[in-house]
Design a protein around this ligand. Sequence first.
Ligand code: FAD
Length: 300
Amino acid sequence: MLKDLFIGLSQNQLLNSAAKKYGLKLGAQSVVAGTNIEETIKTIKELNAHGISCTVDNLGEFVYKEEEATAAKNQILEVIQAIHENGVNAHISLKPSQLGLDIDYEFCLGNLKGIVEKANEYNIFINFDMEDHNRLDPSFKLLDELSKQYVNIGTVIQAYFFRAQEDLEKYKNYRLRIVKGAYKETEEYAYQDKKDIDENFIKLIEWHLLNGKFTSIATHDHVIINHVKQFVKEHAIPTDKFEFQMLYGFRKDMQLQLASEGYNFCTYVPFGDDWYGYFMRRLAERPQNLNLVVKQVFTK
Ligand code: FAD
C-alpha cells in the first residue's frame, strides 16, 4: 500500500539526512513555510493579514544526540523571541522527541522547561504534538510535570487510539488539539478502519466542545468540518471556545473561507531543513499530494 510505503520512507534516516543537505526539494516547499525564521515570520504575517493565527513547528526528527536536541531548543527559543518582537499572532508546536525524549527523559524535561518558561514570559502558548504510541505516556508525563508550574501548555488527542476518550477526559481542562492520528499504529492499540477513526474523531470533538476548555479541531476533512459547524450551532457553543486548524499549504481556499466566515482559524506552519519525515507523512495520508511533487518538478 502507498500509505505504508510513505510511512516507511518517513522513517528512513539516510534519506532524512540527505534531504537536510539538499534543501526544500520534491515539492516540499508547497507545504513547508521556509528553511529559516525570517521566511517563516513573513508567512505568518501574510496569514495574520487574513485573520488566521499560526502554530509554528520547527521541524525535526530522529534526534538521538544531545547537541541536536540543544540546537532544536535554541532554535525554538529564537522563534519565540521572533514571535514576540514581531508582534505576530502565533504560538509554538513542538515534538518531545526533537527535544531529546529518546535520549533521556530528564534532559528532555529540562529542554522543555526552558522553552515553556520563556514562552510564558511572553504569554505564548506551547503545544506538545503527539507522536507514536511508544512516546504517548512519556509525553503526557512531561505535560503533567510542567503543568505543576505553567498553564501555557496543551497537547493533542489522536482519535485512532482506543484510549483517546480516557485521555481526553483526563486532560479536559487543557487547550487540546484533536486529530485523527498520523503514525502507523497496530490493531493492539488503535482503530485501523477509516470509518471507526472518523466516528471516534467526531465523538471526541463533540465531547470536548461540550465539556472541555478550548478545542482545536485539526482536519482537512470537509465532512467533519461541516458536521462541527452544525454541532456548534445547535449547541450554541461560542466561537471563542474552539478553532479549526489545517496544515500550511493544504486546502488554502477552505482555510480562508472558514476565517472569513468568522471562525477562529489557525494554520500549522512547519519550517526548517528537517522537512523530509513531515513531508513523507503527508504523502502517506493523501497520495494525491504527489501531484504537488509532480507540479514542482515540472514547473522549475
Ligand atoms: P483525511 O482522513 O486525510 O481526509 C479525509 C477527507 O478529506 C479526504 O478523503 C478528502 O475528501 C478530504 N481532504 C483531505 N485532505 C485534502 C486536501 N489536501 N485537499 C482536498 N481534500 C482533502 N497527527 C498526529 O498524530 N499528531 C499530531 O500532533 C498532529 N498534529 C496535527 C496538526 C494539524 C493542524 C493537522 C491538520 C493535523 C495534525 N496531525 C497530527 C495529522 C492528523 O492526525 C491526520 O493524519 C491528518 O490531518 C490527515 O487527516 P485529516 O483529518 O486531515 O483527513
